[in-house]
Design a protein around this ligand. Structure first.
Ligand code: AMP
Length: 411
């Protein structure tokens, strides 16, 4: 079915066409009619499902009438990358309309943001911290907001934005439409949703479980062989755009130059870089200057790059949620992708937790032709199984340096 059934104004239909969307994604199918009706929505969906357009298109439709030039829709997002991505999607989808949007986040000059606010905008896409700054300086008036969107609410709470969000909401009219999106629903998020939503319709797309278009594989390896295995993997796999995740900024900073030395067009994306450097890395990845981006979880939030063929977890993420967020970067919107994870002995429990959520065992693979030394990945599967049962307590998370120095013992 096409977008025609939603009866969007022709100016919005033009934006949809220009964006190249032909068929609505499942969340768009479900959420758009409800948002158009004016109802509150609780959307349980992760990035990569097309949720941005699911809320932006009906918002554009609502704001079409009249050049109001005051803030009528506020979108809160956890990171500047995501805020920028939503802002860009608004520009793209709203290109045939008069509706104006601005993105507001820290780490860059306030001046262009203030200038845009003075000129008048209908849509503000903001990270909570900088928005509160502007509010404190009375540079923005939110008293006539009609629609509030909280995007990636769970991530905003993880990042400690909950008090900021509460303060911002106090400045909004009570009578408004609220759209609340979150990939997961832990208790504090559920409480927040209960408090701010009125009689919401729940739209749920693949709760927690990663998009089905992604196939997963696990490569058991000791820490000492990780770099070499990754290099060999990249050489042998027919990869397109690859996003490699590391646990720390430091590891991202080190790994990118190593891959460059191996002849890959790679760049790092991590939190210590300036906003400009980050944007250059993302743009380079998007326009094909780089094939490989080595990123940390936080820095990678909201990268809007389609056609990511592979996500490689160089380091296992800390939570199942982080795993699903990472692999949500590939296989986006009906495209297929692969997620490879380099797993050490210390990751055994995390693997178990991820498999529980996926509802299936992740395929274990050995990279043929790679020199594993004395290490046998197949035997590790065995060791891993017994480690899982031995360390069964959920609270136990083995971390850091695995015990023992020799490769066999470290898995
Ligand atoms: P999101 O989950 O909003 O981050 O969207 C993920 C990606 O899917 C973005 O790159 C969108 O441009 C793309 N996308 C969203 N809706 C559609 C659609 N109906 N058809 C094709 N691609 C889409």
């Amino acid at each position: 079915m096409s977008f025609e059934k939603f009866s969007f104004d022709r100016r919005i239909a033009a934006g949809i066409q220009a964006a190249g969307y032909i068929t609505p994604t499942p969340i768009q199918d479900q959420a758009i009619p409800i948002v158009l009706e004016g109802r509150d929505v609780l959307g349980i969906a992760q990035t990569g499902t097309g949720k941005t357009a699911a809320f932006i298109l009906p918002i554009l439709q609502r704001l079409l009438d009249g050049r109001s030039r005051h803030v009528r829709a506020l979108v809160l997002a956890p990171t500047r990358e995501l805020a920028e991505q939503i802002h860009q999607a608004t520009i793209e989808l709203g290109r045939g309309t008069d509706v104006r949007s601005v993105s507001i986040y820290g780490g860059v000059s306030k001046r262009p943001q203030l200038a845009a606010l003075r000129r008048g905008v209908e849509i503000v896409v903001a990270c909570p911290g900088r928005l509160l700054d502007h509010m404190g300086e009375r540079a923005i008036d939110l008293s006539r907001v009609e629609v509030l969107v909280l995007d990636e609410a769970d991530r905003m709470c993880d990042m400690g934005f909950l008090p900021d969000i509460r303060r911002i909401i106090q400045h909004l009219p009570e009578k408004r439409q609220t759209l609340f999106f979150s990939a997961t629903m832990p208790r504090d998020i559920r409480a927040l949703a209960d408090r701010i939503l009125r009689n919401p319709a729940t739209v749920q797309i693949g709760m927690i479980a990663p998009v089905e278009t992604v196939s997963h594989a696990l490569y058991p390896v000791p820490n000492t062989l990780k770099k070499g295995l990754l290099a060999a993997m990249l050489k042998r796999t027919a990869t397109g755009r690859v996003l490699v995740f590391t646990r720390t900024k430091h590891r991202a900073r080190n790994l990118a130059p190593y891959l460059k030395k191996q002849g890959h067009r790679a760049a790092a994306l991590q939190g210590d870089m300036t906003q400009n450097q980050r944007q250059n890395a993302i743009n380079g990845f998007r326009n094909g200057k780089y094939d490989i981006l080595v990123a940390t979880d936080i820095a990678a939030r909201g990268i809007d790059v389609t056609n990511i063929s592979h996500v490689i977890n160089y380091d296992m993420p800390d939570t199942v949620d982080a795993y699903t967020h990472r692999i949500g970067r590939t296989g986006r919107a009906e495209r297929t992708g692969e997620a490879f994870t380099l797993a050490t002995y210390a990751d055994a429990l995390m693997v178990r937790d991820i498999e529980k959520v996926l509802g299936e065992k992740i395929e274990r693979r050995r990279l043929d032709g790679f020199e594993y030394g004395g290490f046998t990945p197949e035997s590790q599967f065995q060791t891993m199984k017994s480690a899982q049962s031995r360390l069964g307590a959920r609270s136990y998370r083995p971390r850091g340096r695995p015990r023992g120095r020799n490769a066999k013992a470290t898995w």
